[in-house]
Design a protein around this ligand. Structure first.
Ligand code: SF4
Length: 377
């Protein structure tokens, strides 16, 4: 296995998931090693089933690194982030903070949350609407910095509001959340997360509910925080265009599993998994025109819906929708292929020496050819 592969998202079968190996890489601030999360769902007749929301995912973040986790709804990316935020305990695998396992005690959880903070999609739901911005920020400061005096907290609050460009700070501190725009509310949420002086931010679609006109501002703010404070950021999104703008590395999830990861330039310019190729080709692109995203997904959906996580397909989980699927894809999980420079993919095309087939066509053209072949069979 290449050393590069441990940069941000390690290949699923990598040896470095063992605690000993993790200690050899103390530069990682946060790691999820081989984590899975299964939920029990109760059906209408009282029958229970297991939802396999995440299977054997490994993520590693270095200080100052931005990793984008991309995939459709239901791909498992939010569940993985919630495990990293410790809102869910993993069913299997472990979370390490600075190479150390994290304690489940109340004190351990608080210590963890003073280093790892999550920013949610809905800034309005994240703030207490009954209280002014001052209260929302002061509460975080009192909880995580009990030694600070009231005057010191007030001073910090001013600095935090200025840091997220909400000035004059005193004016914004006196407002209620409903008196702010969506972008301003999300800035307050970020200021509150920064109040605890975290080392890692987990952003779960942090710009998707904001007006398009201010999304770029928010991405630039996150970039600035990384540069100024060395914050590591896990940026969860279904939007590959914003991932391309913001991040250093991209990891792609499909149906609870990681299928490809690598430096963003490599993954975007040369996707090595058919699902990544679908995401990239379906992302808005002014040169291709409007409406392609729907057209691409509609094409893919003709070959099947995203799978149930209660009873996922055998072999490669993408095989019912994949226009490049071969016989073995439905029978056996694909192996991980190391593509060099930290780029890897989990697809049989590489193991079978057929990756060129994918490179030579678009996902849409391959889907059309596949559909015609199925109709002709
Ligand atoms: Fe498609 Fe097979 Fe690769 Fe899965 S393993 S993405 S079905 S070619």
């Amino acid at each position: 296995m290449s050393k590069h592969m441990t940069e941000a998202v390690s290949a699923p079968d990598e040896e470095a998931r063992t605690p000993d190996a993790a200690h050899e890489a103390p530069s990682y601030v946060l790691e999820a090693l081989d984590v899975s999360k299964h939920f029990t769902a109760r059906g209408a007749l009282g029958r229970t089933s297991v939802v396999r929301a995440v299977e054997d995912a490994t993520v590693r973040l270095k200080p100052g690194q931005i990793l984008a986790l991309v995939g459709e709804s239901g791909s498992g990316k939010t569940t993985l982030a919630r495990m990293l935020a410790r809102f869910h305990e993993p069913t299997r695998g472990e979370i390490l903070l600075r190479g150390e396992p994290v304690s489940r005690s109340r004190r351990g959880r608080r210590a963890y949350h003073s280093e790892v903070q999550m920013i949610f999609q809905d800034p309005f739901g994240s703030l207490n609407p009954m209280h002014r911005v001052r209260y929302n920020l002061d509460r975080a400061l009192r909880l995580h910095h009990p030694h600070l005096s009231a005057a010191e907290r007030e001073q910090r609050m001013t600095l935090l509001l200025e840091k997220v460009s909400l000035t004059p700070a005193a004016e914004f501190a006196a407002k209620f959340p409903h008196e702010l725009s969506g972008g301003q509310r999300q800035r307050v949420v970020i200021a509150r997360a920064l109040a605890v002086e975290p080392k890692v931010l987990l952003g779960d679609e942090p710009i998707s509910m904001l007006d398009v006109s201010i999304r770029l501002e928010m991405l630039n703010l996150l970039q600035r925080l990384r540069a100024e404070d060395g914050l590591a950021l896990l940026y969860i999104t279904h939007d590959i265009a914003s991932a391309r703008y913001l991040c250093d590395e991209i990891a792609v999830m499909y149906a609870g599993q990681m299928v490809e990861s690598g430096p963003k330039e490599d993954v975007i310019a040369s996707p090595q998994h058919p699902y990544t190729k679908l995401l990239i080709e379906s992302s808005p692109d002014p040169e291709r025109g409007v409406g392609d995203r729907e057209a691409f997904f509609a094409g893919a959906d003709e070959l099947g819906e995203p799978p149930s996580l209660i009873d996922p397909p055998a072999g490669c989980r993408f095989h019912p929708r994949c226009p490049f699927a071969m016989k073995e894809c439905a029978e056996q999980a694909p192996p991980v292929t190391d593509l060099g420079d930290g780029h890897w993919a989990k697809c049989w095309l590489h193991a079978k020496g057929r990756a060129g087939v994918m490179a030579d066509t678009t996902h849409a053209a391959a889907t059309t050819a596949r559909r015609e072949a199925l109709q002709g069979a």
